[in-house]
Design a protein around this ligand. Structure first.
Ligand code: C5P
Length: 316
């Protein structure tokens, strides 16, 4: 058999979005960030990064979305520059074409997952041979959600979000309807600032109390199907602050809660995207199709998604 020819100079990295199955703000850290206890879940709403090795020492980015900067404030460029610096070779170059499908400013880690895909993709393309834990260590410097996005799946995330404990993900059959009003974005720093103003007085003060809360999260069987059977709103602390300032979040949560057979309903991350869980993908897709007009009338973009057991995936 003739082996298929692999192009060493080109790679595609598929970057999955995430939703928060849980987001609890425990307190404030000495570095000014919030101490969190979250459960994050990868979903199959994905960006694609097509990367081509170049002889020039430039990092070039093009995308199909003109709302996104192609400059150094883009986390893709930040990730590529940081990786070159970390391995001590600033001569490395790449052309990246981003196919953006994940809505931006949505609470779905769209920017973070693109950064994660850049690190994983360039590690292969530039033949750096860094291990996953080394990539995770580098990725923390880019953003709190980037380490999770590298391996993805379902993980408990502590600290700023970068301290990971992988969970068994045996509920991949659950379906998701995800909605977002395309006219608004929520700034993550603004969401945390507002939460601090409103709930700062409830923050836990010391590491011992944080650890008690972490142990509570660890003791929950996150693979227990019945956890997701109820219609109660799962805990996303930021939702308490973002919902009153963004009517679009309130509208989204009300519509999702009214859908037949929806289970848990919540905002994701710092919003404004919101989701409802369903027994399986087909149910979610059917409900989406049946209610398409209602989403459209409300001005919401809507997707039916599945849960994924992985983060970044490479294709050649
Ligand atoms: O780490 P990342 O760049 O995603 O954080 C964006 C902003 O969100 C931070 O500058 C901070 O204001 C807020 N944040 C926080 N605590 C966290 C994560 C984010 O206060 N654990």
């Amino acid at each position: 058999m003739v082996p298929s020819k692999v192009n060493d100079n080109f790679i595609t990295a598929v970057a999955n979005a995430k939703i928060n199955l849980h987001l609890e703000v425990l307190g404030l850290r000495t570095d000014g960030f919030h101490e969190l206890a979250m459960v994050m879940q990868s979903i199959n709403l994905s960006d694609r990064l097509n990367m081509t090795n170049t002889d020039e020492n430039k990092i070039n980015l093009k995308s199909n979305n003109n709302e996104i900067s192609n400059g150094e404030d883009n986390l893709i460029i930040k990730a590529a520059m940081l990786l070159r610096k970390e391995v001590g070779n600033t001569q490395l170059g790449v052309d990246i074409e981003l196919e953006k499908n994940i809505p931006i400013g949505a609470g779905l880690a769209g920017g973070s997952t693109d950064a994660a895909a850049t690190l994983v993709g360039l590690n292969k393309l530039w033949k750096l041979d860094l291990k996953i834990n080394e990539l995770e260590k580098i990725s923390k410097k880019i953003g709190s959600d980037v380490p999770f996005c590298i391996s993805g799946g379902r993980q408990i995330c502590f600290g700023r979000g970068e301290v990971l404990e992988k969970l068994e993900c045996n509920q991949l059959e659950l379906g998701i309807i995800l909605v977002k009003d395309p006219s608004i974005q929520v700034s993550t720093p603004v969401a945390y600032k507002k939460y601090k103003e409103e709930y700062g007085h409830t923050y836990l003060k010391d590491e011992r109390d944080f650890e008690i809360k972490r142990n509570t999260i660890r003791s929950i069987d996150w693979s227990d199907q019945s956890l997701f059977n109820t219609r109660r709103v799962i805990q996303n602390d930021l939702q308490k602050s973002v919902r009153p300032m963004a009517t679009e979040v309130d509208k989204s949560l009300k519509i999702l809660s009214g859908l037949p057979s929806s289970r848990l309903v919540s905002m994701s991350g710092s919003g404004p995207s919101c989701f409802a869980l369903f027994p399986n993908y087909d149910d979610a897709n059917k409900v989406l199709e049946e209610n398409f007009n209602e989403f459209e009338r409300a001005g919401l973009s809507a997707w039916a998604c599945s849960m994924m057991s992985n983060g970044v995936q490479l294709e050649n």
